[in-house]
Design a protein around this ligand. Structure first.
Ligand code: AHM
Ligand code: MG
Length: 335
């Protein structure tokens, strides 16, 4: 039986809209569009082990990495709903080398641009590990009525209006943040709707989990190594040792730490001083979500949300999580 006490994503966004009579509903409509794309992606991700959709697509993306077929499917779904909706003037995607400006009568009047990683962690698809979609929404700085411009996409993360992710896990969840809060919705497959399951998510100030690729340990800076050592030790201040958990699928790793409390790190290495993760598609959205939930995010020295991007695909070292644990880490990085 359908539980009428539970709000669906649409009902929730409309309820939010009603609290602000001056709002136009464009953001709600955009979130609905993303919800629809993610339901379609979810269907294909669930079938991934069954159909001949797995495997390399044979092309290489702008980052020089293999592209799987599902990445392309997910990219096209996201781009399709946003192009056909009324709220988005253009998109940037981790899978595309350049932005796509929609440039039609309706889109040129749209307030927002959206950046997304359509299927993060897709290297995990063929071993049935949770993967996700990450998105980030900015208000345009270019003139309404005209096509959007590159400047709309290269804004610092602090200008995000909303950010979120979908996790295709043991259940499928959509979590999104606006400045007013972070809310999580679980897909009820029986009605095909995202239902509010995690209202007003707050990240615990301390947690017991640290997440990092230990394989790179000897390539990290001394500060990062020392902090990892502290995570492994029992001290009266930290109450450690902490538990190490690293799925290698950022959406799942950060989602778990957001809910349970913890810290996620993708530091620079001697070979790759800027690490692996992309500022615009991966780090900014999670930095925004975690900050709204009470956590912190830095590149080791700077607040992620203050970084002015120079390129669409730039990478940055990334540290994100519970406020208290981030402050512990900062103590080591400053030394
Ligand atoms: P992708 O965008 O190519 O999928 O890569 C990003 C993923 C993140 O989800 C994850 O945190 C990271 O790569 C894991 O990288 P590594 O295997 O180097 O630890
Ligand atoms: Mg990614």
């Amino acid at each position: 039986m359908v539980n009428r006490k539970v709000l669906t994503l649409d009902e929730f966004t409309i309820q939010q809209l009603r609290m602000f009579p001056q709002a136009t509903g464009e953001l709600s409509s955009l979130l609905r569009d993303i919800g629809l794309a993610s339901k379609r992606i979810n269907v294909e991700v669930n079938k991934a082990g069954l159909v001949d959709i797995l495997g390399d697509h044979g092309s290489v993306n702008i980052q020089g990495e293999e592209v799987k077929k599902l990445d392309i499917f997910a990219n096209n779904q996201m781009m399709g709903v946003l192009r056909h909706g009324i709220s988005c003037a253009g998109i940037g995607s981790e899978e595309l080398d350049d932005i796509v400006i929609f440039d039609d009568e309706v889109s040129n009047q749209s307030k927002y641009v959206v950046l997304f990683d359509p299927l993060d962690g897709s290297g995990n698809i063929d071993v049935n590990v949770s993967i996700g979609t990450i998105f980030s929404v900015y208000r345009r700085v270019s003139e309404l009525g005209k096509p959007c411009t590159r400047e709309d996409f290269l804004q610092p993360g602090i200008q995000q209006v909303a950010a979120g992710y979908v996790i295709y896990g043991s259940s499928t969840m959509l979590v999104y943040a606006t400045r007013r809060g972070v809310n999580g919705f679980t897909l009820d497959p029986s009605i095909g709707e995202f239902c509010l399951s995690h209202p007003d998510i707050r990240c615990p100030e301390f947690g017991k989990i640290y997440s990092v690729n230990h394989g790179n340990f000897f390539q990290y800076s001394e500060g990062v190594k020392k902090y990892i050592n502290v995570c492994q030790q029992k001290t009266t201040e930290t109450g450690g040792p902490y538990t190490q958990r690293y799925i290698g699928s950022m959406v799942s790793d950060v989602h778990r730490n957001l809910i349970k409390g913890g810290i996620f790190m993708y530091p620079g290495t001697t070979g790759k001083p800027k690490g692996k993760l992309r500022l615009l598609y991966e780090c900014n959205p999670f930095a925004f979500i975690l900050e709204v939930a009470g956590g912190k995010a830095t590149d080791g020295t700077r607040r992620i949300l203050d970084i002015k991007p120079e390129e669409l695909h730039e990478r940055t070292p990334f540290f994100v999580g519970s406020k208290g644990m981030m402050e512990e880490l900062e103590g080591f990085l400053a030394k």
